[in-house]
Every structure is written in C-alpha cells, then in structure tokens.
Design a protein around this ligand. Structure first.
Ligand code: NDP
Length: 328
C-alpha cells in the first residue's frame, strides 16, 4: 500500500521564505496560484501579456513576463500546457534556474519522456492534482481537499519530498491526501486512462447507443437513459465516495440482481489484452514520439479526427437533447 500523506505530514514553513513563481495562469495555474497565496505564501505569476495576464492582475496577483518570474522565483511551477512547456522551458526558464531552486510540474509527462531535462542542482518535484483546476479552487474555498500524486525526479537538496508535500499542503491537497509516485507512473497512468480506459468505455457506450436505436427505441430516450440524464455521472460520483459495491444499494433490488447476474457475461480477456498492449505503447515512449511528431506537423491527424467526430449524426442528436433538457 502506498503511504498517504495528510496535512500533519507537510510543513508549510519550508516555503515561508521562498518566492513562488507560477508560470501560466490557465486551469491549474490560476487555481494553484490563488490557493498558495491564500495559504499565506509569496506568489508571483509569469504570463504573456493577454487575457490570462489580466485575469491574474484582476485577482490581485503580481504578474511578470515568464522569464522575469522564473528569475524572481525560488520555486518555479511550470503550469503550461504540456505541448508548449518544453520550448518555453528552454528559452525562458532554464537560463534563470539556480542551484537550490525548486522546479515543480503538475504532470510527469515532459520529464518522464525526456522532453525536458532539468539542470543538476535544482530539486525537480511534481504535484499533480487528480482534479480539474476549477475543482482545485472550489475545494480549497470550501475548506476541503482533493487527491494529488506527488513525485520527485531530482533531489538536489535532500528536501525535495518535504518541499513537494509543502506545495501540496499550500494548495489544499493534503486536506484529502496525497501519495507519492514516480513521474513516469503519473504520466503512464494518465495516458492509460485517456488511451485505454476512456476509449473502451466509450466503445461500450457507442455500441449500446447503436444497438438500442437500431432496435427502434427513440434516440432521445436512448441517450437520456444511458448518460444524458446525468444519472450515470451521479452514480460514478457516489461510487467515488462510498465504493462501487456500496453504491449499488442506492439502486432497486431488480437493478442489483440484474447487474450482478448478467455482469459476468461481459467479462472479456481480449479487452484486457488490448489494454495491456496500449499500456506497452505508452511505456515504451512510442505514443510520446508519435504525438511529438504530430505536434511538429501542425496537428493534421488530430484536426481531421476531431472534425470527423463532430460530423457524426450522434453529435447533432446529443446537442439537440442537451438543449432540450438542460438549456443552452
Ligand atoms: P492551460 O491550457 O489551462 O494553460 C494555459 C496557460 O498556458 C495560460 O496562462 C496560457 O497563457 C499559457 N500558455 C499557453 N501556450 C503558451 C505559450 N506558447 N507560451 C507561453 N504561455 C502559454 O493548462 P492546464 O492548466 O490545463 O495544464 C497545466 C499543467 O497542469 C499541465 O502539465 C497539465 O498536464 C497539468 N494538469 C492539468 C489539469 C487540468 O485541470 N487541465 C489536471 C491536472 C494536471 P497565454 O494566453 O499567454 O497563452
């Protein structure tokens, strides 16, 4: 079992005299910067002059150019999209890192797959929330926490883990709990969810939609029944709090009996094998190399696949049902 760190395991004092520079003020940047500031820490933001910069100023934070903030920071938090972080790191961050600084990431991707190679002498840590940015901020304001994965890729000071835990505490994450994983484990788990779990789940959903519509059920009813009513989302959020097994008690005995007796029919060893092959592609770095090439070519495959998905009849049907039942 992994060790779970809570508030009492983290010491905010380790960051008391350190200037924190949050680079990027997007989903995670804004939430983490505000939480750290509200925890009493010294925070500046590095961002290009644009709407994000204005938002940071409106939130009462001091904002600088990215290179300036990296220079000012003893703790530099790289909260840019993973696709742009390597280039910005080389031009605006690396020249300003000094021995003793802490370089923090919210994802293990770039370090794990070798797109960013931090210099010796700095602590390289990760606090990767398992929560979208808005949720990070809302949880903090509600006095609650959210789980994160913390990691250490380079421990120059001998204090890298305590420093990562202090950052997690400042963000409010240790109120719930954090566990330590490697940068590679964080990145691989994240990619597995995106490339194996989510598509497999999506295929199950699509096959169910297709079958039921072809059997003559009203398309709107099919979508509402399967996911657009929000019941599925509610069930998953309940499962996250009380467990899958226990949440079944919120459903009728008919539902419980049907699910438990018919469930084994869908056991599929081939599905597990496909997931294993997907995981292997991730671990070997094949996916990361392919994705880097796609970025360099200007995203032709991503653009074509996105366009194709948006032109599916299901997309139009979904929009119609959502407008009808949930407005806008
Ligand atoms: P966002 O897409 O929200 O980041 C936007 C920020 O990046 C803005 O400040 C934007 O400023 C800046 N930015 C974008 N492109 C550039 C560029 N070329 N040069 C300089 N600045 C740029 O990122 P996220 O918050 O989603 O992700 C940040 C990190 O957090 C990533 O490592 C991600 O994996 C991780 N993470 C994200 C989660 C999420 O909730 N989305 C969940 C957990 C981890 P500008 O307007 O100037 O471009």
């Amino acid at each position: 079992m992994a060790v779970v760190y809570h508030d009492e395991d983290a010491n905010l004092e380790l960051l008391a005299d350190r200037q924190i520079a949050v680079i990027g003020y997007g989903n995670q940047g804004r939430a983490q910067a505000l939480n750290l500031r509200d925890s009493g820490l010294k925070v500046v933001v590095g961002n290009r002059p644009d709407a994000y910069r204005e938002m940071a100023q409106a939130d009462g934070l001091e904002v600088m150019d990215i290179a300036e903030a990296a220079e000012a920071g003893d703790v530099v938090m790289l909260l840019l999209p993973d696709e742009v972080a390597p280039a910005v790191f080389e031009t605006d961050i690396r020249p300003h890192l000094e021995p003793g600084d802490v370089l923090d990431f919210a994802s293990g991707y770039n370090v794990a797959f070798g797109f960013i190679e931090p210099p010796a002498g700095v602590d390289v840590v990760m606090v990767a929330p398992r929560m979208i940015g808005v949720g990070v901020r809302e949880a903090y304001l509600a006095g609650k926490g959210f789980p994160s994965f913390v990691g250490v890729a380079q421990d120059a000071s001998g204090q890298a883990l305590p420093l990562a835990l202090a950052l997690a505490k400042g963000m409010g994450s240790t109120r719930a709990g954090v566990i330590q994983v490697t940068f590679a484990q964080e990145a691989e788990l994240d990619l597995f969810t995106e490339q194996c779990f989510a598509p497999a789940f999506g295929q199950v959903l699509m096959q169910a939609v297709d079958l039921l519509i072809s059997e003559g059920y009203p398309p709107e009813a099919v979508l509402l029944e399967l996911y657009l009513s929000g019941e599925l989302g509610y069930t998953l959020s309940k499962a996250a709090r009380v467990s899958f097994i226990e949440q079944s008690r919120f459903h009728s005995p008919t539902s419980q009996y049907g699910t438990l007796t018919r469930g084994p029919r869908f056991v599929d060893p081939e599905l597990r094998e496909r997931m294993r092959r997907g995981l292997e592609e991730i671990r070997s770095g094949k996916f990361a190399r392919e994705w880097a090439e796609e970025q360099a070519r200007g995203y032709p495959v991503l653009t074509a696949l996105r366009d194709a998905a948006c032109s599916l009849p299901l997309h139009e049907l979904e929009q119609r049902v959502i407008r009808e039942f949930w407005g806008a």
